[in-house]
Design a protein. Structure first.
Length: 548
């Protein structure tokens, strides 16, 4: 492994871990099918007079003026600090966004966009969504929302999303111009429900292998999964790869329903239990859609919560094999409680256990800071990048259906370890690969050549497109003269150039064919996927699932 490549990836690890941890806390588990069944905190706790007395005294007597709301938030944070890392308080102003993400939709106009040279440009339209029906096209530039100018004013993505969202059937006036045209046009759009899909892609990797990417477990995940699986089976899939990498979790019910598609004979999927929560079992109780063909689940250090439920059930019953790296290690169950001010407390009420009886929750006895530092520690010990030498503190042996030994604590350990694909890229080249200049070069090439490069379907595009060098040429033109020659030499190294050309082709495929196009290209360079494909065709698969 190239030392500079490792350094480049390490620079991203604190951000990546923070995103996973926050997502895991915010999404979490609950014992309801959806957030519509939340409990009111006032039904389970009474007012704490001591806390109220302290806050009242501070308000009345303190030397400076203070805000009561801040005092309450600080008090709540102090209480939760002594609990587990996944009990979380969500302020009222943040709750709607969290709910939208898990409920599978929000009210908006149905566009995806990028900010290019301080201008918002439409990169995708939701099928049959309000924006498409109003005549908005891919490549259109957004100039005004209502009376507010949004072009050339350094607006953020979060700000524009807030302006475009609103109550269902409410209307928003937008001013745009088509790509390449100087003329403005105005449309008044009625907002509508926009789906947020959790099944990100479903593609055929070869004549008999289907691939499904699940990015979270929201209210519609099982339904989306069944639709994707049905399509793949119609296309000839007899074996399946389910990608749970970077999946932070979500609804327990959705994970168990997908597990039920793989397991038969009333097999136990998971059970939950806590000091104040009686044991609850979830079992496979119907004929599944994929109870036979070969199955591989991909996981990594960012696979948490519901992802670990699904992977654990498949592993414990030897239904398939787990490929990748040790999962996050979240074995706690949260239940949401409404607060009187519209905020919400998601309180850990139980642990969950895989069918063999193991709880995979990582230790948090050293505090939240140490808990959050686990990702970086895994990198520093080379667990992520080349040596699978994690040692379980929980040495209790558990047994799968075919009597293979597995362990609890610390996450789900894969059957086949695949190190982190660090790429032979320095931090400088990682920045360039995902930087503004290359992104802009790809986007502008697409806008200028979209009719020429679209060959009807994904296979036609993959086979015929060979203009990656044209995109790279445009990209180099965007770079400062002082950096152009040096970067060109680094990018055209034999170990580096294929990653740039594949990235360009994959991004263009996304613009043309959405996520299925992107994954159809990008997975060709995916180490874990390529290893999984080989496992299907050799004796290792049957050796693992048979317990021999």
């Amino acid at each position: 492994m190239d030392a500079s490549g490792r350094g480049g990836v390490k620079a991203w690890t604190p951000l990546l871990f923070s995103l996973v941890l926050i997502s895991g806390m915010v999404l979490g588990f609950n014992l309801r099918d959806t957030l519509r069944s939340k409990r009111d905190i006032n039904t389970v706790i009474e007012r704490n007079d001591r806390l109220e007395q302290v806050i009242d005294l501070v308000n009345e007597k303190y030397v400076d003026s203070v805000k009561s709301d801040v005092l309450y938030k600080d008090a709540i944070s102090g209480i939760l600090k002594t609990l587990d890392p996944h009990t979380v308080y969500i302020p009222a102003e943040d709750l709607q966004a969290v709910t939208d993400d898990l409920e599978g939709g929000f009210s908006g106009i149905g566009v995806e966009f990028s900010i290019v040279r301080d201008t918002i440009e439409v990169t995708s339209l939701v099928d049959n969504g309000p924006a498409g029906k109003a005549g908005i096209e891919i490549g259109d530039q957004l100039i005004k929302v209502g009376d507010s100018i949004v072009a050339g004013v350094n607006i953020t993505s979060g700000k524009i999303m807030g302006m475009l969202k609103g109550k269902q059937k409410s209307r928003v006036a937008v001013t745009l111009k088509h790509y390449g045209s100087p003329d403005l046009y105005h449309v008044n759009i009625a907002r509508d429900l926009i789906p947020v899909h959790s099944v990100e892609a479903n593609v055929m990797l070869n004549e008999n292998t289907g691939f499904i990417k699940v990015n979270k477990f929201s209210a519609n995940t099982h339904m989306e999964f069944i639709e994707a699986l049905k399509q793949l089976k119609e296309d000839g899939a007899t074996q399946l790869i389910v990608d749970l990498r970077d999946n932070p979790g979500g609804y327990l019910n959705e994970a168990t329903q997908i597990a039920d598609e793989f397991l038969d004979d009333n097999k136990l999927i998971v059970y939950t239990q806590g000091v104040h929560a009686s044991k609850t079992e979830y079992t496979a109780d119907r004929k599944g859609a994929f109870e036979n063909g070969k199955l591989i689940i991909l996981i990594d250090e960012s696979s948490a919560s519901a992802s670990e439920i699904l992977a654990g059930a498949v592993q414990d019953w030897d239904r398939g094999i787990i490929v990748g790296r040790r999962s996050f290690g979240k074995g706690l169950v949260q239940e949401p409680y409404d607060m009187s001010d519209g905020s919400e407390l998601r309180l850990t009420i139980a642990r969950y256990y895989t069918p063999s009886g193991r709880c995979i929750q990582r230790s948090f006895e050293k505090g939240k800071d140490a808990y959050e530092a686990d990702y970086e520690k895994r990198f520093e010990t080379s667990e992520l990048t080349g040596q699978d030498h994690f040692v379980n503190k929980d040495t209790t042996k558990y047994y799968t259906g075919n009597h293979r030994i597995v362990y609890g604590g610390g996450g789900i350990k894969p059957d086949i370890y695949v190190p982190y694909d660090t790429l032979p890229l320095s931090r400088e080249l990682v920045d360039q690969l995902y930087g503004t200049e290359l992104k802009t070069a790809i986007w502008e090439y697409f806008l200028n050549n979209r009719r020429k490069i679209k060959h009807g379907d994904i296979p036609g595009f993959i086979e015929s497109f060979n203009s990656e060098e044209d995109v790279l040429s445009n990209y180099f033109d965007m770079l400062p003269l002082s950096a152009r020659k040096q970067l060109r030499a680094k990018i055209y190294r034999a170990t580096t150039h294929p990653y740039f050309t594949n990235h360009i082709k994959a991004q263009l495929a996304r613009y043309l064919f959405k996520n299925n196009g992107y994954y159809s290209v990008s997975l060709k360079k995916d180490n874990a996927v390529n290893i999984a494909l080989k496992l299907f065709d050799n004796k290792t698969y049957s050796t693992i699932v048979s317990g021999k």
